[in-house]
Design a protein around this ligand. Structure first.
Ligand code: HEC
Ligand code: HEC
Ligand code: HEC
Ligand code: HEC
Ligand code: HEC
Ligand code: HEC
Ligand code: HEC
Length: 369
C-alpha cells in the first residue's frame, strides 16, 4: 500500500518548508523499502558487542543525534537562556534544572510550556516539540548555530498568528508526529503506531539495517557470518539514493508530487537533486554512500570528494577506460564540488545547503528546479 501524500495540506502551506518536511515523508511502502519498519528492535548495545568499531564511530555522528530529549539536549544545556523578539511577540527558552521552559508573550497574553524534544543538531537549525492540551506542537522559533540564537522556524517568518497558542507553534497531526519521530529516531513505530516508550532518540543501526533480532540469534548460534542481515553493501546506486537514504531524505518520486517541486527548498532533498544530475542519469552507480560514510561524519573538505568524481571522470590527456569513461573538466583539476555542487543559501535557514544536482553552475543562472 502506498501512502498518499496529503496534497491539500501541502498546498495550504506551499511556502512552509517545515510543513513540507513533515508531510512529504514516507512515500514508500514497506515492501518496497530495504529499510523495514523497526519492530523487534534490539538497540545499539546489542550491536556494539560484535561491531565495536563501527558502533563507536556511528554513535558520535550527527545522525545518531538527529533528535535529543530535552534533558540531554546539548544546545539547551549550553544555552541556558535564549530570547527572540519580533513585533509584539517575545519568545524565551529558559533552562530550569534539566528542563527547558518555553514562554511566548504578545504583551497581553502569555503561554508557558516545558519543551520535550529537540529535533536537529542546530547546524541547519534545531526545532522543538512540546505538548499543549494533549496535542504535540512544533515551535515557531528554532535555534540556529550560525547566529547562536533563535529565529523563526523555516517557513514561519511571514505567517501572522491569530492568537497566542498559534504564536507559540503549530499543532502537529498524529501522522505528522509519527513521521517526525520515524525519520529522527529509531524503533519509534510499530504497526504504523507511534510508540514513544520503545523509541530511541536519533538514527541508529537498526533504522537503516532493520531489526537485528534474527541476525543476532544467528550469530550467537554460530551460523554463517552476517546471516540474517540485509546486504546493504550490495544495493545499487538507485536503491541507495531513492529507497534507503531517500526514505528519510526524500526520494525523487516524493518530490515530484510536491507543488513546484518545493522550489528552492528542494535543495534539501538530495535524492531528488542528484536524480537530475547528468552524472546520475548517465551512470546509476553514483549512490549516497559513494561520497558519504553511512557510519561517520560528513566530510567538509572539497578535496576529499575529488577522488569520487575522478572515479568516473578522466583528467586531461587521460584515456577513458570502461569504468572511467566520463569527460575531463576543461577548467579545474581539483575541488570539483566547489564549482559543480554549489552551496545554496536558503532564505531564513541560516545555512547553505549543498546542491546535489551536480552541474555546470553558471554565474547568475537561475536555480534549476
Ligand atoms: C521523511 C523524513 C523526515 C520527516 C518526516 C521529518 N524530518 Fe526533519 N529532517 C529529515 C532529514 C533527512 C533532515 C536532514 C536534512 C539535511 O540536512 O539535508 C532533517 C532535518 C531537520 C532539522 C534540521 C534543520 C533542517 O531544516 O534541515 C530539523 C529542525 C527537523 N528536521 C525537524 C523536524 C520536525 C520537527 C519534523 C516533524 C514536524 C520533521 N523534522 C520531520 C527528515 C525528516
Ligand atoms: C554475536 C555477534 C554479533 C552481533 C551481536 C551482531 N552482529 Fe552483525 N555481524 C556479525 C558477524 C560475525 C558478521 C560478519 C562479519 C562482518 O561483516 O563483520 C556480521 C555482519 C553484519 C553486517 C553485514 C552483513 C552483510 O553481509 O553485508 C551487518 C550490516 C551487521 N552485522 C549489523 C549488525 C547490527 C545492526 C547488529 C545489532 C542489532 C549486529 N550486527 C549484531 C556478528 C554480530
Ligand atoms: C531514519 C531516517 C534516515 C535515514 C534512513 C538516513 N538519514 Fe541521513 N539524516 C537523517 C536526519 C534526521 C538527519 C539530520 C540530522 C540533524 O540535522 O540533526 C540526517 C543527516 C544526514 C547527513 C548530514 C550530517 C551532517 O553532519 O551534517 C548526511 C551526510 C546523511 N544524513 C547521509 C545519509 C545517508 C548517506 C543515508 C543512507 C545510507 C542516510 N543519511 C539515511 C535521517 C536519515
Ligand atoms: C544511515 C544508515 C546506516 C546506519 C545508521 C548504520 N548503517 Fe551500517 N551500513 C549502512 C550501509 C549503507 C552499509 C553498506 C556498506 C557501505 O555502503 O558502506 C552498511 C554496512 C554495515 C556493515 C558491513 C560493512 C562494514 O562496513 O563492515 C556493518 C557490520 C554495519 N553496517 C553495522 C552497523 C552498526 C553496528 C550500526 C550502528 C552502530 C550501523 N551499521 C548503522 C548504513 C547504515
Ligand atoms: C558514477 C560515475 C560518475 C561520478 C562518480 C561523477 N560523474 Fe559527473 N558525469 C558522469 C557521466 C557519465 C556524465 C555525462 C557524460 C559525460 O559528460 O561524460 C557526467 C557529467 C558531468 C558534468 C556535466 C554536466 C552537464 O550538465 O553537462 C559535470 C559538470 C560533472 N559530471 C561533474 C562531476 C563532479 C564534480 C563529480 C563529483 C562530485 C562527478 N561528476 C561525479 C559520471 C560521473
Ligand atoms: C558526488 C558526491 C556526493 C554524493 C553522491 C552525495 N553527496 Fe551529499 N554531500 C556531498 C558534498 C560535497 C557535501 C557538502 C560537504 C560540506 O561542504 O560540508 C554533501 C553534503 C550533504 C549533506 C549535508 C547538508 C548539506 O546540504 O550540505 C547531506 C544531508 C547529504 N549530503 C546527503 C546526501 C544524500 C542523502 C545523498 C544520496 C542521495 C548524497 N548526499 C550523495 C557530496 C555528495
Ligand atoms: C573553478 C571551477 C571549476 C572546478 C574547480 C572544476 N570545474 Fe568542471 N567545469 C567548470 C566550468 C566553468 C565548466 C564549463 C566549461 C565550459 O563549458 O566552458 C566545467 C565543465 C566540466 C565538465 C563538462 C565537460 C564537457 O566537456 O562537457 C565536467 C565533466 C567537469 N567540469 C568535471 C569536473 C571535475 C571532475 C572537476 C574536479 C576534478 C572539476 N570539474 C573542477 C568549472 C570547474
Amino acid at each position: 500500500m502506498k501512502r498518499k501524500i496529503r496534497l491539500a495540506l501541502v498546498l495550504a502551506a506551499m511556502m512552509a518548508a517545515a510543513i513540507l518536511l513533515a508531510t512529504a515523508g514516507q512515500g514508500l511502502s514497506q515492501s518496497q523499502s530495504p529499510r523495514p519498519e523497526p519492530q523487534r528492535y534490539l538497540g545499539v548495545q546489542a550491536c556494539a558487542a560484535c561491531h565495536a568499531e563501527i558502533t563507536e564511530k556511528q554513535q558520535k555522528s550527527m545522525l545518531a543525534k538527529a533528535m535529543q530529549p530535552v534533558p540531554d539536549c546539548q544546545i539547551l544545556t549550553s544555552h541556558k537562556e535564549l530570547k527572540f523578539q519580533s513585533g509584539k511577540f517575545t519568545f524565551e527558552i529558559k533552562r530550569q534544572g534539566n528542563q527547558s521552559l518555553y514562554t511566548v508573550s504578545d504583551g497581553a497574553a502569555q503561554i508557558s510550556v516545558p519543551l520535550l524534544y529537540c529535533f536537529g543538531q542546530g547546524k541547519s537549525g534545531q526545532t522543538y516539540v512540546y505538548e499543549y492540551n494533549g496535542a504535540k506542537y512544533e515551535s515557531r522559533v528554532s535555534f540556529y548555530t550560525a547566529i547562536e540564537g533563535l529565529d523563526f522556524t523555516l517557513g514561519y517568518a511571514k505567517d501572522i498568528p491569530a492568537n497566542i497558542v498559534e504564536a507559540a507553534g503549530r499543532q502537529l497531526s498524529v501522522d505528522e508526529t509519527r513521521n517526525c519521530f520515524q525519520c529522527h529516531t529509531t524503533g519509534s513505530t510499530a504497526n504504523r503506531q507511534l510508540n514513544l516508550e520503545k523509541m530511541v532518540p536519533g538514527v541508529h543501526c537498526e533504522a537503516c539495517h532493520g531489526p537485528g533480532e534474527k541476525h543476532v540469534a544467528a550469530m550467537k548460534a554460530g551460523e554463517k557470518a552476517g546471516a540474517g542481515m540485509k546486504k546493504l553493501g550490495e544495493l545499487d546506486g538507485d536503491d541507495i539514493n531513492q529507497k534507503l537514504c531517500g526514505d528519510c531524505h526524500r526520494s525523487a518520486e516524493e518530490v515530484f508530487e510536491l507543488p513546484n517541486r518545493a522550489g528552492i527548498n528542494s535543495v534539501r532533498f538530495q535524492p531528488y537533486r542528484i536524480f537530475h544530475s547528468r552524472c546520475y542519469s548517465a551512470d546509476r552507480r553514483i549512490g549516497c554512500t559513494a561520497c558519504h560514510d553511512p557510519h561517520g561524519d560528513l566530510e567538509a573538505s572539497a578535496a576529499f570528494y575529488d577522488s569520487k568524481c575522478l572515479a568516473c571522470h578522466t583528467s586531461k590527456n587521460e584515456k577513458a577506460t570502461a569504468d572511467r569513461n566520463a569527460k575531463a573538466c576543461p577548467t579545474g583539476k581539483s575541488k570539483c564540488t566547489d564549482c559543480h555542487m554549489p552551496k545554496i543559501d536558503l532564505p531564513g535557514a541560516h545555512f547553505k545547503f549543498t546542491d546535489h544536482r551536480i552541474r555546470i553552475a553558471r554565474e547568475g543562472a537561475p536555480y534549476p528546479n
